[in-house]
Design a protein around this ligand. Structure first.
Ligand code: AMP
Ligand code: MN
Ligand code: MN
Length: 326
């Protein structure tokens, strides 16, 4: 379902009219942001466009995603593309340091699947039913632009990542049809799957241990929460990638409807990561604190002390639980 006024043909028209094109995803890029940007970038580059993919540095577990040598982690002063395409990015702030380039670009496009998307570009295609931005990029490219093995691998990685390996309820018939079409190409899907889900750093294992040692239960065990502070992160040598699995793991604890995991990114700055099921909408909680996401996976960043971040988050989660029961 497309919740916006624009369709994919509008986007193809804008692309047709532009020669220099910047493509980028959200800060702390994940498998979907990287895969979707890379696939679109490689395809447009085969068409002869001057493409630059702008992404923050990311975890080496995503190095399995082909990017065609098009990714830059910074842009030189004065770089102004004709067109800026934001992918997998719910609002303009989530472009991070690349926002100034978006603001200067002559034309802008926003392609996304986040329910909380703010329609911040001139042309917007937001489909919150799609499992991933990569699934939308497949629809944009398929039958219109060139395809090759690397493009298929990048899209497959993005879809596998955002569906948790075809586990999440966002996985639809269309998702599996797309995956099936992609597997007609020649790439190592087994290696992609294993790199994304079954390999972790020693640091990630250690910080998971710290989080598990501080577990707490709330609302009759419906909510499981934990946190790690900056010193824990330093002691384990952990970074934001190393904690990315923790909230999902907490949600796997039996009878848990919502998990809340908080880590201290920088001294006094906390990232809250929530996962949910049974109709409890954690995106609503995230939006209350200036963040966003999906019904079942959402987050926000906040500057406050850890006790009040945890208490206020749990209070709002509790309201959502009551709302879901009423
Ligand atoms: P995370 O908990 O960081 O894995 O994020 C879960 C979902 O929430 C992802 O779809 C993110 O895009 C979204 N999200 C996380 N943090 C923020 C934020 N600060 N602002 C907007 N969306 C966010
Ligand atoms: Mn993403
Ligand atoms: Mn996504």
């Amino acid at each position: 379902m497309n919740n916006s006024g624009n369709d994919l043909e509008d986007i193809r028209k804008v692309i047709y009219e532009s020669q220099s094109i910047a493509i980028s995803g959200h800060t702390s890029p994940d498998g979907d942001a990287i895969g979707a940007c890379a696939a679109l970038g490689m395809s447009l580059s085969l068409m002869g466009k001057d493409v630059r993919i702008l992404l923050e540095t990311y975890s080496d577990s995503f190095d399995v995603i082909p990017v065609g040598g098009l990714v830059s982690h910074s842009a030189e002063d004065g770089y102004v593309p004709q067109l800026y395409i934001a992918v997998d990015c719910g609002d303009v702030e989530r472009l991070g340091e690349f926002r100034s380039i978006f603001d200067k670009a002559e034309n802008t496009v926003n392609i996304d699947h986040h329910k909380s998307n703010t329609f911040f570009a001139k042309t917007n295609f937001v489909d919150s039913i799609s499992s991933s931005s990569s699934e939308i990029i497949f629809r944009l490219i398929d039958g219109h632009y060139q395809f090759n093995d690397d493009i298929a691998a990048a899209l497959y990685a993005g879809i596998v990542f955002d569906t948790g390996g075809f586990r999440h309820t966002s996985t639809g018939a269309g998702t599996l049809k797309t995956a099936s079409r992609l597997l007609e190409y020649d790439f190592n899907f087994n290696n992609i799957y294993n790199s994304l889900f079954y390999s972790r750093s020693f640091r990630a294992a250690k910080i998971m241990g710290v989080a598990l040692s501080k577990l707490s239960e709330h609302f009759d065990g419906k909510v499981v929460a934990s946190f790690v502070n900056y010193d824990d992160m330093l002691q384990c040598g952990a970074n934001s990638d190393d904690v990315s699995e923790i909230s999902g793991y907490l949600k796997s604890i039996k009878n848990t409807d919502v998990s809340v995991f908080i880590y201290e990114k920088k001294k006094g700055i906390f990232k809250v990561s929530m996962r949910s099921e049974n109709g409890i909408d954690v995106a609503k909680v995230a939006v209350m604190f200036g963040g966003g996401g999906h019904e079942k996976a959402a987050g926000f960043t906040i500057e406050r002390n850890i006790e009040s971040v945890m208490n206020e988050t749990l209070e709002k989660v509790g309201e959502q639980i009551r709302e879901s029961m009423s």
